[in-house]
Design a protein around this ligand. Structure first.
Ligand SMILES: Cc1cc2nc3c(=O)[nH]c(=O)nc-3n(C[C@H](O)[C@H](O)[C@H](O)COP(=O)(O)O)c2cc1C
Length: 187
């Protein structure tokens, strides 16, 4: 029986320890196709994706190493191994790219719509037994990395969305009781 949306929302966890098993590109594409039903103002569909899966997976790991680790050639295999630990285990990467509209309202709407898409993708992947983590390392904005990915001026990488399989389910990060976050408006 399929799980309810409530169950999937509440049981999804950000997965930070993947087990190294690759994620098929067709699974990532299917997740993104469904996630794209996110609400978006003016139907601008303000998103595009750079997907690194299957043969792209080794390529992106090399690119990340070359673009984000200074003097990586000078490091010993052990030092390098430590530095690239975060790149090695995810089974696919999706870089979610949003236009940076010069108008603030449109820019914020586009970020919001694309964030809704990212959450959709995390839930859809979870339903398939695939974990995700939305990551925003500072090096995503480094010119060398942006150029390597083909990100153009006027675009921003909103998320590095890691996909992968996992062996251990992380504990839930408890949420504040919602009553503490709600003001019921009355006249
Ligand atoms: C915009 C955004 C950026 C995030 N960036 C990172 C990140 O750079 N590194 C990381 O480990 N987790 C990152 N996360 C994931 C959060 O750490 C995670 O969602 C939070 O700990 C709650 O855990 P849960 O998703 O399992 O409920 C990010 C989440 C969001 C929404």
């Amino acid at each position: 029986m399929s799980q309810s949306i409530k169950t999937i929302i509440k049981e999804r966890r950000s997965i930070k320890k993947f087990n190294g098993r690759p994620v098929e590109q067709s699974d990532v594409t299917a997740v993104l196709a469904d996630a794209a039903w996110a609400p978006n103002h003016g139907n601008r569909e303000p998103w595009r994706f750079i997907v690194a899966a299957e043969s792209g997976l080794d390529a992106i790991r090399t690119t990340m190493k070359e673009c984000t680790i200074p003097n990586w050639e000078a490091l010993s295999p052990e030092e390098l191994d430590k530095k690239i630990a975060g790149f090695k285990l995810p089974g696919a990467f999706v870089f979610v790219v949003v236009p940076e509209d010069a108008r603030q309202k449109e820019r914020l709407e586009d970020y919001s719509a694309t964030s809704a898409l990212v959450q959709n993708a995390q839930l859809l992947a979870w339903e398939k037994g695939i974990g995700t983590c939305w990551k925003t390392p500072a090096w995503m904005d480094a010119p060398k990395f942006r150029t390597a990915l083909g990100v153009k001026p006027g675009e921003r990488i909103l998320a590095m969305l890691q996909f992968g399989y996992y062996d251990e389910l992380p504990k839930a990060k408890p949420r504040t009781p919602i009553e503490q976050k709600i003001t019921y408006f009355r006249k």
